[in-house]
Design a protein around this ligand. Structure first.
Ligand SMILES: [Zn+2]
Length: 298
């Protein structure tokens, strides 16, 4: 992605507390799911992490972090990249809502290291990037970029752009009132039943990330296209790597479809591609049963 020198969002708050930061190095693997950790955090903090919507599925082995400072240059680069992606997301969603004669409230991007306090409770980096509807912030530990590369094999800057776009997709769902409807459903159905709704919510966030990518593919910076060769493939590789089935196979050796909260790798790829093809809200109804397993970009 072409981004150096481009406009950075002013809605970025850096709570990482330093110009450098610890880089995540996987020292040991536990086998406890991220989802379990999220639940523990929920009970400990008394917060409402249940309302958090994140990028990753369950069953992910948490990393144990060893502290090693990355150069401030690398940190600054990652931060600026995220701020530029966030600025493009503001432009895109502002425009989309304006076209529908609706107002759009920009979310904020909060950068943190290790753990963070949100209106949804305290969360560790191990839950991965997440969006908290209660304070309308996207929370991101920039070391997730290293994790994407080293742990999930999703290389390239656009993998991270996809992750940020997915989280902002959750904000869009919040703005559209979709998240609120799902909270009501959550109160009256079993966990297994709710997982099915969670999958639809997550796939829709992938779809919205695809819509944003289509928009970005049509934009230029200093006379050059913003998206570079391979960018879309980088997003697809990331979507594939963080599908529930792929993560469960990798980290627990078997797959439990009832426990899926984010969708299979194929579903995530399909919905991202579909968003990239249509780039509108109309084709993004993941809640319609017959749409769920659409063939790629159908
Ligand atoms: Zn998500």
């Amino acid at each position: 992605m072409r981004w150096r020198g481009d406009r950075q969002s002013s809605n970025v708050e850096d709570r990482s507390g330093s110009s450098g930061r610890p880089v995540g190095k996987i020292a040991t693997g536990g086998g406890i799911g991220v989802f379990l950790i999220a639940i523990i955090v929920f009970f400990i903090s008394g917060g409402d992490l249940n309302t958090v919507t994140d990028t990753l599925g369950g069953g992910i082995t948490p990393a144990t972090y060893e502290t090693e400072n990355v150069s401030s240059k690398e940190y600054t680069d990652q931060k600026e990249f995220a701020a530029v992606v966030f600025a493009h997301l503001e432009d895109y969603w502002d425009g989309e809502f304006a076209e529908r004669n609706e107002t759009y409230q920009n979310p904020k991007l909060v950068l943190f290291t290790d753990s963070v306090n949100s209106a949804c409770g305290q969360a560790s980096s191990q839950v991965g990037p997440f969006y908290c509807p209660a304070d309308q912030n996207v929370y991101l530990d920039l070391s997730f970029a290293d994790e994407l590369t080293n742990k999930y094999g999703a290389t390239g800057d656009y993998a991270m752009a996809y992750v940020i776009a997915h989280e902002v997709g959750h904000h869009v769902q919040n703005e559209l009132g979709i998240s609120k409807q799902l909270d009501k459903i959550r109160q009256r159905v079993s966990e297994t039943e709710y997982n099915k709704y969670s999958v639809r919510l997550e796939l829709q966030a992938d779809y919205l990330a695809g819509c944003f990518s289509k928009y970005l593919a049509g934009q230029t910076y200093q006379g050059q296209p913003i998206l570079e060769e391979g960018d879309i493939d980088e997003a697809i590789t990331a979507a594939n790597a963080i599908g529930d089935d792929t993560l469960q196979k990798e980290y627990q050796g078997y797959v439990v479809p009832d426990s899926f909260t984010h969708g299979t790798s194929q579903q995530r790829i399909n919905w991202f591609k579909r968003g990239y093809k249509y780039g509108d809200l109309e084709h993004g109804d993941t809640f319609n049963e017959k749409n769920l397993d659409l063939a790629s970009a159908a």
